[in-house]
Design a protein around this ligand. Structure first.
Ligand code: AMP
Ligand code: MG
Length: 502
């Protein structure tokens, strides 16, 4: 392990100036640790725009020292890398100790806007939390996380971001031998429901953890008292519920299936985390499951809001002693907040769906929304394409929509939609343009992602770079990108599966 002094000097921060508030403020929730050697590191992807926004120096990151830091095989002087401890409910069963089994929190940076961000490495080698795993990650899945997280960011959906992927030159054994890789991930924090589940069984540390999380993500709550009716911990639970309800509504509106919504993958910040087995639906299908291990469909597309509510109940349990010293009173208080979940989720989903349809929230009645979903589902219409086609229809060009839904079946719904739009006040063209600003043309289609990752694993990064360019400009129609807007061929969709922990 090399220690690199003064590396790399950025405009408003240096990596040698990495912060460590999590480690300094919270003892017992992490273990100091360092990454494995990378035999032959090679930078495969670097997010220059993100690096600059974090005040990092791009040429320095591209240098041999920089790549060594991004690979986890060198630490900047003064950094205190740790593996974070957490617990979690996985597929409903409780695991008291998970933790970063193949990841490290390198430290914290402050971005251009003064926001604190974690710099985290995934695939950096075994840690005390590795259990049976090897601690490594491979090129395909790390580029997958890079691509999909950056696509989500471009769609305006809160997410962890990807700074880089470095191929390590280490052979990693999966089904066959795969090239090893490390992803550098940036997140507003890596605090999860699972962090609280771990801390809640260890006494007073859960209070310090909650105060740390509040200061970091919901600082306005620091003004609220520690105890009593309007206490900050109940406010904290409410704020996380709100952020997560808004997040999962956004997933549902773009057809995103997370695939492994265990409580250790539910963040306190409200950012999407962990892109292992995720996928996007082509046709609207509440039962869609892609993960090879999700046999019961627990994390099916349409189950995501219900699973989130379940995860939030697990979160609430960790806060009970802080919310009220009388257990019954604490349970009553958090249950009341949790009971509000359905209407908070519905508010975000309905508001988002109304925007997708060029309507105000008031003019989208429940039946109009439900009937559209039924229509799309019945005809296996492509979810993403349908909303752009509806905007075209509104401009007087129904050709694209007619290709998705038989006109005789869509006619009566369209009539009701047009009638609802009449109350809107905006001209049809204006509404259509507003729809195009919220309805993406290009999402990371499963077959495209698959093909790009296969090529990259074989050494050809061109399809990955091209797809990244397209999905990070999701609303910008370009003639040469037409093929990226199409759903997967049937033959691909039939057998497509995703995998965890690869
Ligand atoms: P995930 O499904 O990625 O959320 O991971 C769940 C847990 O498994 C976390 O504690 C990970 O650190 C751990 N894990 C996943 N893959 C590996 C691996 N290859 N080696 C060690 N731990 C792993
Ligand atoms: Mg995880």
């Amino acid at each position: 392990m090399t220690a690199i002094p003064d590396f790399p000097v950025g405009t408003n921060t240096t990596i040698s100036g990495l912060g460590s508030s999590f480690v300094d403020e919270l003892s017992g929730l992490s273990v100091p640790w360092q990454g494995a050697e990378a035999p032959e590191p090679e930078l495969l992807a670097l997010n220059e725009e993100l690096a600059v926004s974090l005040g990092l120096d791009v040429p320095a990151l591209r240098s041999a020292d920089g790549v060594a830091v991004l690979a986890g095989s060198a630490v900047p002087v003064g950094a205190k890398p740790v593996a974070m401890a957490y617990a979690g409910h996985q597929f409903g069963g409780y695991s008291p100790l998970l933790g970063d089994g193949r990841a490290l929190l390198l430290g914290e940076l402050v971005d251009r806007d003064g926001r604190r961000a974690d710099l985290h490495l995934k695939g950096s080698g075994p840690t005390p939390f590795s259990r049976g795993g090897d601690g490594f990650a491979v090129v395909g899945p790390m580029l997958r996380e890079y691509l999909v997280s950056e696509a989500m960011h471009a769609l305006g959906i809160p997410t962890t971001r990807s700074l880089s992927v470095v191929a390590t030159g280490r052979p990693v054994y999966r089904e066959g031998v795969e090239p090893g890789a490390v992803l550098a991930r940036v997140a507003s924090s890596h605090l999860r429901v699972g962090t609280f589940e771990f801390a809640a069984r260890r006494g007073e540390i859960v209070r310090s953890l909650a105060d740390h999380a509040i200061a970091r993500h919901y600082p306005h709550l620091l003004d609220q008292p520690e105890t009593g009716e309007n206490n900050r911990y109940l406010g904290f639970f409410t704020a996380v519920l709100e952020a997560q309800a808004a997040l999962v509504a956004r997933w549902m509106l773009v057809g995103f299936v997370h695939g492994v919504m265990n409580t250790d993958n539910t963040t306190i910040s409200g950012e999407t985390i962990d892109y292992g087995p995720c996928a996007f639906v082509d046709a609207f299908d509440p039962g869609a499951v892609f993960s090879s291990i999700d046999h019961g469909g627990r994390y099916a597309f349409g189950n995501q809001p219900a699973v989130l509510k379940w995860n939030l109940a697990r979160f609430a349990e960790t806060l009970l002693t802080l919310v009220d010293s009388t257990p019954d009173a604490a349970i009553t208080a958090v249950t009341e907040v949790l009971d509000g979940f359905d209407s908070r989720y519905e508010h975000h989903y309905r508001g988002g769906l109304a925007a997708k349809l060029g309507l105000s929230e008031d003019s989208l009645d429940q039946a109009l929304a439900d009937d559209l979903l039924t229509l799309l589902e019945e005809h296996g219409a492509d979810w993403t394409a349908a909303f752009r086609a509806l905007a075209d229809e509104l401009r007087g060009n129904p050709a694209r929509l007619d290709g998705l839904l038989p006109p005789d079946r869509s006619a009566s719904w369209l009539e009701r939609w047009h009638a609802a739009g009449k109350n809107d006040g905006r001209a049809a063209g204006e509404r259509a343009d507003a729809m195009d600003r919220v309805n993406p043309l290009y999402i990371p289609r499963n077959h495209r992602v698959d093909a790009a990752l296969k090529a990259a694993t074989g050494g050809d990064l061109a399809p990955f770079a091209m797809l990244l360019e397209v999905v990070t400009h999701p609303f910008e129609e370009r003639a040469e990108w037409t093929e990226y807007a199409s759903p997967a061929p049937h033959s691909f969709a039939e057998s497509f599966r995703t995998f965890c922990g690869t």
